[in-house]
Design a binder for this molecule. Structure first.
Ligand code: PMT
Length: 402
């Protein structure tokens, strides 16, 4: 495990039914070598008994700012200094609001003000509460302060409704904790150019060759860079996703258009991430009118599209380049071959197949660079993107310093 990973985790548990999942989270974190201390709000103790957390964490559970024994030695300050990372899971709507307003009316919120460790929250609440403008405004405040927002996931909830508001699963949260960089995040002043989504290569005005990319992975990466302060330009193929806020989005259709727009936007960029699933071939002739069955050439002549990643790699000077590779088999061999052939500085390979990689809200990744690699297990694309941004920034800084 890297020295930069947080080891001492202060887990805040606020009041919500998802608090029962935090017991498993403690177990997952301790299995991964983390030392976990738990602080519960009064509401949380209505759902899970402190003894349960004490048993799984191996530490007494703190609940009360006015604990005379603990506070004889300013226990809350000691706890705030002890933590490498503070994670609140689940974070209820009420807890989220108190954090946004800087309240310090119980032990957990006081600790959050007193610590200089990074703070991550894993929200869990009813979908209407999550989508309420008050909650979203509080969330925006926390994001602007650099608080890491892990989740929520979408799906059926204990209240019987379905939508955004589920706590991320304990293995996903444990992976985020282990992968997250400890210490302060320096604001990112980088200029990042990114491609995302599929391309469409027309055969005639109504038919095209394309692939299953939904754009979710590229948009998540663009948002994760933006959240760290980067100036992001996203050249997107056709997707059903809305333009992410704070990001310059340019929509294109074909590989040629994506290629041309990338090269136009390239000067001054620090990082280029090629997340798009660019079609490798296009019909050699695109008819201007719909082809009838008997007029469609068989077999269909194809020609190669321009390779955008290789075109950027051959520029001088060139930005730091991140390639992606979607593989159905022999992932490592194919990824290493693409690293050598297309010459990105870092390559993110992901397995794709039914329900995996493409068109899915989740992904897993194996990251390669000359002389190293790192595996990231399957999780939602948002948190995965945060981890990737951490790795990309580390490798970028390493390149700058070497
Ligand atoms: O969009 P989602 O549904 O969220 O799915 C995400 C994803 C699976 C599409 C994404 O994570 C991913 O793997 N993107 C790259 C897919 C791909 O095209 O891989 P490839 O092995 O064919 O290409 C390798 C690299 O070359 C990629 O960085 C690609 O952008 C680039 N390339 C490929 C062809 C081409 N003509 N020009 C390119 O720049």
């Amino acid at each position: 495990m890297s020295e930069t990973r947080p080891r001492r985790i202060l887990l805040g548990v606020s009041g919500g039914i998802a608090a029962y999942k935090s017991v498993e989270l403690v177990r997952r974190l301790t299995e991964r070598g983390c030392d976990v201390q738990v602080v519960m709000t009064r509401g949380a103790t209505r759902f899970v008994g402190p003894l349960t957390f004490q048993a799984v964490s191996g530490h007494p559970v703190r609940q009360d700012l006015w604990d005379e024994t603990e506070e004889a030695g300013m226990g809350h300050i000691a706890l705030a200094r002890w933590a490498d990372l503070v994670l609140i899971a689940p974070t209820s709507a009420h807890c989220l609001a108190r954090l946004a307003h800087g309240l310090a009316d119980d032990l957990l919120t006081t600790l959050c003000l007193a610590t200089d460790a990074p703070l991550a929250i894993a929200p869990a609440m009813n979908p209407h509460m999550w989508l309420h403008p008050a909650t979203q405004a509080n969330l925006a405040v926390l994001k602007s302060r650099g608080v890491r927002i892990w989740g929520p996931a979408e799906g059926p909830e204990a209240c019987g409704e379905s939508g955004p508001g589920r706590l991320l699963e304990p293995p996903d949260l444990a992976a985020l904790v282990v992968e997250a960089r400890s210490g302060h995040k320096q604001p990112c002043h980088l200029r990042v150019l990114m491609t995302a989504g599929p391309t469409r290569e027309p055969l005639d005005p109504v038919r095209y060759l394309s692939n299953r990319s939904s754009g979710q992975m590229g948009y998540a990466l663009a948002q994760a860079f933006r959240a760290e302060g980067a100036d992001v330009t996203l050249i997107s193929g056709p997707t059903g996703l809305p333009d992410p806020s704070g990001i310059r989005v340019e929509r294109v259709e074909t590989a040629q258009e994506m290629h041309d727009r990338v090269l136009q936007s390239l000067p001054g960029q620090d990082i280029f991430c090629a997340v798009a699933a660019v079609a490798d071939f296009r019909p050699a002739h695109a008819a201007t009118r719909k082809l009838s069955k008997d007029k469609t050439p068989k077999p269909l002549p194809l020609e190669a599209t321009p390779d955008i990643l290789s075109a950027v790699s051959s520029q001088d000077p060139r930005p730091f380049i991140v390639g992606f590779a979607a593989e159905t088999h022999d992932l490592e061999a194919h990824a290493r071959a693409k690293l050598a052939h297309k010459k990105p500085d870092l390559l993110v390979a992901n397995p794709v197949g039914p329900g995996q990689g493409f068109e899915s809200a989740e992904n897993e990744a194996w990251v390669f660079w000359p002389g190293g690699d790192r595996r990231i297990e399957r999780m939602p694309k948002g948190p995965l993107a945060e981890i990737l941004v951490g790795i990309i920034r580390e490798r970028y800084e390493h390149r700058g310093g070497s």
